[in-house]
Design a binder for this molecule. Structure first.
Ligand SMILES: [Zn+2]
Length: 263
């Protein structure tokens, strides 16, 4: 009797799929990923990281989010990520990978531009022009969404920061000041982020999104600049374009609307 076996993707197969999607050697690439969506991979999540490194080559820079809960003093060498997925959690721990120092919104990077991307940044906004994602945008980097949608795309937060959207939620975050742990408040343009999914249509109509599969996952690839340009165009017409409608019953977007200060 034959047993149904799940296909295991080799590192080489994944690298070929990434290149077919448009990931090129020497790229600066931010990856948001759900490992579960990619399926069975040779050597597991480290195998996926190896495939990404292989597609980028030694001149490429690989970047992943490494955000944390902000509930204790952030130590880039120790603090685990929160809700970033197993691939991102293992990536920052690999030898030679740098991690930026924002207490809530750090990124990890490896490659020639890693130092520049992980350089110190202002506390807020966490994803502004002077932040890891802002520097990826500066360097004309790309965003790869692997098994996740634009709701996970931090480049959209960069657009919100550039557009200076009127909603912002304060996050209590512990930082060390003069050797003492203190709680500071860091404002973030929070919403449920489901509205970010509109980027699919906006990028498709501009021919600015490559789509395919990597492993079993749906994959989207676009330039950070295309994401920001498309989002800014809509944000300038309607600064609340990413928020759910007031009657949608979305708790996070209701809070975002309530945070808007009267003009
Ligand atoms: Zn919402």
């Amino acid at each position: 009797m034959r047993k149904l076996e799940r296909v295991t993707f080799t590192i080489e197969q994944l690298a070929v799929q990434l290149q077919a999607l448009g990931v090129a050697r020497g790229d600066v690439l931010v990856v948001h990923t759900s490992f579960k969506a990619v399926g069975s991979v040779e050597n597991g999540p480290p195998g996926l990281i190896a495939a990404l490194r292989c597609a980028l080559g030694p001149d490429g820079t690989l970047v992943m989010p490494a955000m944390t809960d902000g509930e204790s003093v952030f130590d880039p060498a120790r603090t685990p990520t929160l809700d970033m997925g197993i691939t991102a959690e293992l990536f920052w721990r690999q030898p030679g990978v740098l991690r930026s120092t924002h207490p809530g919104a750090s990124f990890a990077a490896s490659g020639p531009l890693a130092e520049r991307i992980c350089a110190p940044q202002p506390l807020e906004p966490p994803h502004g022009a002077d932040s890891p994602i802002g520097r990826v945008h500066d360097a004309d980097g790309k965003v790869l969404l692997l098994g996740v949608s634009h709701s996970e795309n931090t480049a959209v937060h960069l657009a919100e920061a550039i557009a200076n959207v009127p909603y912002s939620i304060a996050h209590p975050t512990v930082v060390e000041i003069d050797g003492v742990a203190r709680e500071v408040s860091i404002a973030e343009s929070d919403c449920c982020c489901q509205g970010f999914k509109q980027l699919d249509a906006w990028l498709r109509e501009r021919g600015a999104q490559r789509e395919g599969t990597v492993g079993d996952a749906t994959a989207r690839l676009c330039s950070a600049r295309a994401v920001v340009a498309a989002a800014l165009e809509r944000l300038r017409a309607d600064p609340l374009v990413f928020l759910c409608a007031p009657d949608a019953g979305c708790e996070e977007c209701t809070l975002a609307r309530a945070s808007i200060k009267p003009a």
